[in-house]
Ligand binder design. Sequence first.
Ligand SMILES: [Cu+2]
Length: 120
Amino acid sequence: MRRLAVSLVAVALLAACGGGGGSAQPSGSIKVTMTEYKFDPSTISVPSGKVVFYLVNAGSASHDMVISDSSGSTVGRSDLISAGDSFVFTLSNLAAGTYSFLCDQPGHAASGMKGTLRAT
Ligand SMILES: [Cu+2]
């Protein structure tokens, strides 16, 4: 019975680590901190191809990240990230070009929560 209890704790810990929230920064990822109302950094340059963002919400409201190409088409959208949480956001094959990104929570982009992404 004791052994079963220990196993259940191990499973619970693994589940906690595997979820979207509170994960550690993956190696090679680009850390972007979200607060009211900005992304830091707000200008990001990356090699084209697979791009991994590590989004950290250090603010007090929920935020997300929506990336659009120059024609306004969405190329990627993160989960909505709660205050104090983090999220690993992957673009599997970003073409070279200039993109804009913003938080599409009401009023956030208009308050400055936006930026520019360049892939080369
Ligand atoms: Cu926001």
